[in-house]
Design a protein around this ligand. Structure first.
Ligand SMILES: *Cc1c(COP(=O)(O)O)cnc(C)c1O
Length: 481
């Protein structure tokens, strides 16, 4: 590893070479074979355009819009575009945030702070809602009421209604859920919340920029946006299906009054009066300018075409799953996710490794309650040209998976893990476990055994183990000079 603070500065050419070299260890962000983390429209020149726009505004500070009106203008343009796409009207307002998690934290904060009289404000979510709501509840000390979804993996309106109490400040639905890619019954949920006088947030972080286009293409999807009565806020990540570089999401509120408690203001110190609409204070204009460039370059017609490619890719991948003996679709592929489960005799985690060995990087999802472990594919437009190659590789991967049998863990390791509790996890223990599982060398291509172990242990232990492992990875590098 290079020295981040060398004695003497290093030439730009050398540094760029080093960074390029580092990036070679990463999963491929282009090429339509990575089904999580990245969103690729595969449009020639778009990266270069976004980078140039980013560079123009990289040093602009969002802290003070009177000092940098360019940023305010770009933010208002993005919020306006999102409002028009997502059923807003002249009353709609919003904020540009750094990502989906921040948008959700702020939706929860606005709801919490609109009810300052409550000692224990509560948040009602379906069990398929994104983990960021748990994080928001944790950060903001809001109690979390998790309601099991129905057999169709969608929020159950009756059960959600029953979970609402006088202390509930916000009810949530997903459009669609990340794990399974299915849309909750937003109109019914929003009506239930409205009847009880409670705010209702639609988490369209994932799908907010593709669902409207899929609907235009004729997809059979329920109404999910601000046009639905009772929806008080909605979030959409521009760094997902708007294909902007990372660091931009939008939170829309139906009215300015609903947004107001989202703001933080503080004049009680000797420095500048701080008025922050979002979590960060100083922030770069780079991601915002890059998002503006991306939206303007692709345009509405472009997004419709990208949604068409995405839809084609989803159909091709879903058909491959349906036609392959040993795997099955776990959720209806109604939006831009293909989620598959394995039949007995096919270990889902081994399958994920076998797919990776064939160049398809998928996202394994652990079992949860009654739900089995699954493989998640986030499908973007870049997948369309490669999708037809998937069927043959999936079939071969399933055969190889059957041949290999379930992931084998050394019996003593399994036994030891079975006796662990979260309180027992120490850095030493995690380091030993990582070594025993072959993770010491930084090679994460054979993950079936690790995933099986993590899947077998209770969620709280999984959290503790992975926290320990991440902490193990995050060690300052030693000086090389
Ligand atoms: C990605 C996602 C989030 C969180 O967004 P980040 O940008 O990763 O912080 C929230 N909700 C859903 C449905 C998502 O897919």
């Amino acid at each position: 590893m290079f020295e981040a603070l060398p004695e003497q500065g290093v030439s730009g050419a050398q540094i760029l070479g080093e960074l390029g070299e580092l990036r070679r260890a990463d999963l491929p962000t282009h090429g339509g074979r990575l089904f999580a983390y990245v969103y690729d429209p595969a449009l020639d020149g778009l990266d270069e355009l976004a980078q140039a726009a980013y560079a123009i505004s990289a040093h602009v500070n969002g802290l003070d819009p009177t000092a940098f009106p360019s940023l305010l203008a770009m933010e208002n343009a993005l919020v306006g575009a999102a409002a028009r796409l997502l059923g807003g009207d002249a009353q709609t307002v919003g904020s540009v945030t750094s990502g989906g998690t921040e948008s959700l934290i702020l939706a929860v904060k606005a709801a919490r702070d609109s009810r300052p009289e409550l000692a224990t404000p509560r948040l009602v979510i379906p069990s398929t809602a994104h983990a960021a709501f748990a994080k928001a509840a944790h950060y903001l000390r809001v109690a979390l009421d998790v309601v099991p979804v129905g057999a169709d993996l969608r929020a159950d309106p009756e059960a959600m209604a029953a979970a609402i109490t006088a202390d509930t400040v916000l009810v949530v639905g997903s459009a669609p859920s990340y794990a399974h890619g299915v849309v909750d019954p937003i109109p019914r949920l929003a009506a239930i919340a409205a009847e009880r006088g409670v705010r209702f947030h639609v988490d369209a972080c994932f799908g907010g920029w593709v669902l409207p286009y899929l609907k235009r293409l004729g997809a059979d999807l329920p109404p999910f946006d601000l046009s639905v009565p009772g929806v008080t806020s909605i979030s959409v990540d521009l760094h997902k299906y708007a294909y902007a570089p990372k660091g931009v999401s939008i939170l829309l509120h139906r009215t300015e009054e609903l947004r107001l408690p989202q703001y933080f203001a503080f004049a009680g110190w000797p420095g500048y009066t701080m008025i922050n609409p979002i979590v960060s204070s100083t922030r770069s204009g780079g991601p915002i300018a890059a998002a503006v460039a991306t939206l303007r370059h692709i345009g509405d017609a472009g997004y419709l075409e990208l949604a068409r490619s995405t839809q084609d890719a989803v159909s091709t991948l879903a058909a491959a799953v349906t036609d392959t003996d040993g795997v099955r679709l776990f959720a209806p592929p109604e939006a831009s996710v293909v989620c598959l489960a394995a039949d007995p005799g096919v270990d889902i985690f081994v399958l994920a490794d076998e797919l990776a060995a064939r160049g398809w990087h998928t996202q394994p999802q652990m079992s949860f309650g009654d739900l089995p472990a699954t493989i998640h594919l986030t499908v973007t437009a870049a997948v369309a040209p490669t999708a037809k190659e998937f069927a043959a590789d999936l079939a071969a991967a399933v055969v190889a998976t059957r041949d290999r049998g379930p992931a084998q863990l050394p019996a003593p390791l399994l036994e030891a893990a079975g006796a662990l509790t979260p309180e027992m996890i120490t850095p030493q223990l995690v380091a030993g476990l990582a070594e025993g599982l072959g993770l010491g060398g930084g090679d994460f291509t054979q993950m079936a055994a690790v995933n099986s172990l993590l899947d077998a242990v209770p969620p709280a232990l999984r959290e503790a183990l992975l926290t320990g492992f991440l902490s193990l990875l995050q060690r300052p590098s030693q000086s090389t000079e």
